[in-house]
Design a protein around this ligand. Structure first.
Ligand SMILES: Cc1cc2nc3c(=O)[nH]c(=O)nc-3n(C[C@H](O)[C@H](O)[C@H](O)COP(=O)(O)OP(=O)(O)OC[C@H]3O[C@@H](n4cnc5c(N)ncnc54)[C@H](O)[C@@H]3O)c2cc1C
Length: 475
């Protein structure tokens, strides 16, 4: 279909309504880490967010729980992530000491951390255009109810998840799987509240979720597969992926799957929303009619927007490959540690690959993965860093993304203090600063640049087994 064109006369002079040392675009997990750390480092920070609240996928996507990213039983994301989680607890928005949280509490807690650090918040604004000169961003255009306005900063951080700011600045990016070009599928999360009458009789006073999973998990999967086979459910996911909610009678579903859609294409994203809600209607109907635990259940919540796992990955001054990940590579400028598995929901349909590390291993993200190679005063504080498709699937979960944000925000403040651009800050110095902030990082040991000790044969076996394994606990 040929597209016609339409000439417009956009204003060429715009009022500069906002200035700051550091502008962070996007207030999801990465943007929270970036804005809070840059402000704590002494920079004047403006955080620009499309929604009227913070949290990104944790709130607008109702993604839950925070996935484990641990080593030796300890969180690798001590710092702004653990502060955020602890603060949610003060609002009753956390299930005990677990990583299950309430999205409302996540909004409040994120805003608390930002406001207390002195971050200026600008909600309901979206970046629409970027001006560059000599490999630098010279100013950006924001769109809001006020129309188009300009904003300027010394350093910029892209925390949009999709790399919108970097792409508008002309940075090179990769998209989706190297094989097919499709990104991981999108998923719209929703929650069902079990009805009092229909709860399995023996679980009325116990742990409802665990008992339901024990008693009715197999039935749920059977009912789902049958409905999928006869076309009553059009979701291509291999199984029903469920987690507990903060409330004991609420079940969280990470089950819908919209494949071969592009989160950076407006039409495609809009269509994905409609397809996902169609799947929710089908799932709720089948589960409430055919699974006793869900009889008379109540539709407790649907995420305000479809969840986006993957889109652009902005090419940086360093790049981490699957081989680096599997080796458990460490770096002198390793600013985040990750043990979360490679977790790829099939971009083409059914199946989920989960590829775990051996117990002793972890991988590090070098600082250069957060620095777009094409622009000097821009850093990435979001999932869209310079790694391949499989490594992205591991580093994308929320706890390490907050830590990536904390690293780039710290670097931005260091750059402002030194009168330099963010790309001139030494990664090893950022790492040192992060250790002082209490991040669970270890000093670089040149004798130990790989932490995983499996053989090539074991690797091949793991990969093969994982290919076949359904992702029951994946994100
Ligand atoms: C369905 C699904 C399930 C998942 N499950 C889990 C899980 O169980 N546990 C876990 O830990 N992780 C999970 N993840 C991964 C995790 O949620 C995301 O990878 C993570 O939130 C990425 O953080 P981010 O800050 O990079 O981006 P986002 O969370 O997407 O935040 C980006 C923010 O930027 C704003 N924004 C975007 N574009 C613009 C723009 N142009 N202008 C202004 N603002 C903009 C958005 O409104 C948003 O607030 C899941 C992801 C999905 C999609």
């Amino acid at each position: 279909m040929s597209e016609s064109t339409f000439s417009v006369n956009f204003p060429t002079e715009l009022p500069v309504k906002h200035t700051a040392d550091v502008i962070v675009i996007g207030g999801g997990p990465g943007g929270i880490g970036a804005a809070v750390s840059a402000a704590r480092g002494g920079a004047d920070v403006l955080l620009v967010e499309h929604y009227g609240f913070l949290g990104g996928m944790a709130t607008a996507g109702e993604v839950n729980p925070f996935m484990p990213n641990h080593h030796d039983g300890k969180s690798l994301d001590t710092g702004i992530f653990t502060e955020w989680l602890d603060r949610m607890g003060t609002y009753g928005g956390r299930l005990g000491d677990s990583r299950v949280f309430d999205p409302g509490a996540a909004r409040l807690a994120a805003e608390d951390l930002c406001v207390e650090a002195g971050v200026r918040l600008l909600y309901h604004h979206r970046v629409a255009h970027v001006e560059t000169a000599d490999k630098k961003i010279t100013g950006i255009v924001l769109h809001s109810k006020s129309g188009l306005t300009a904003a300027k900063a010394k350093q910029y951080i892209d925390s949009t998840g999709d790399g919108d700011l970097a792409a508008l600045a002309g940075c090179e990016f990769k998209f989706g799987s190297e094989d097919t070009g499709f990104a991981q599928p999108m998923t719209m999360c929703f929650k069902l509240k079990l009805s009092e009458k229909a709860r399995p009789a023996d679980v009325t006073n116990g742990d409802l979720f665990q008992n339901m999973m024990k008693d009715q998990y197999d039935l749920i999967q059977e009912v789902y597969k049958k409905a999928q086979a006869d076309g009553r459910i059009e979701c291509p996911r291999e199984n029903v992926l469920m987690f507990r909610g903060v409330d004991r009678d609420v079940v969280h579903f990470n089950t819908t799957r919209v494949i071969k859609h592009d989160a950076t294409n407006g039409d495609s994203l809009s269509e994905a929303e409609v397809l996902a809600r169609k799947q929710i209607r089908q799932l709720v109907k089948v589960l409430s009619e055919e699974v006793p635990a869900f009889k008379d259940c109540q539709l407790y919540s649907i995420a305000p927007q479809i969840g986006i796992r993957e889109s652009r990955r902005i090419m940086g001054r360093d790049f981490v490959t699957t081989q680096d990940y599997m080796d458990g590579r460490t770096y002198a400028d390793g600013i985040a540690r990750v043990t979360y598995p490679i977790d790829i929901h099939n971009p083409n349909g059914t199946g989920t690959v989960l590829l775990h590390f051996p117990k002793e291993a972890w991988m590090e993200v070098p600082f250069g993965c957060l620095l777009p190679k094409d622009i000097d005063n821009l850093g990435i504080g979001a999932r869209c860093i310079s790694v391949d498709h499989a490594v992205h699937s591991a580093v994308r979960v929320m706890p390490p993304v907050v830590s990536l944000g904390q690293a780039i925000g710290t670097a931005a403040a260091m750059a402002v203090k030194a009168g330099k651009d963010i790309c001139q800050v030494q990664g090893a110095a950022v790492k040192e600063e992060l250790i002082k902030q209490g991040r669970n990082l270890v000093p670089f040991d040149p004798e130990k640049q790989t932490t995983a000790t499996y053989t090539d044969e074991q690797r091949a076996q793991i990969a093969e087994v994982c290919e076949k394994r359904a992702g029951r606990f994946s994100a």
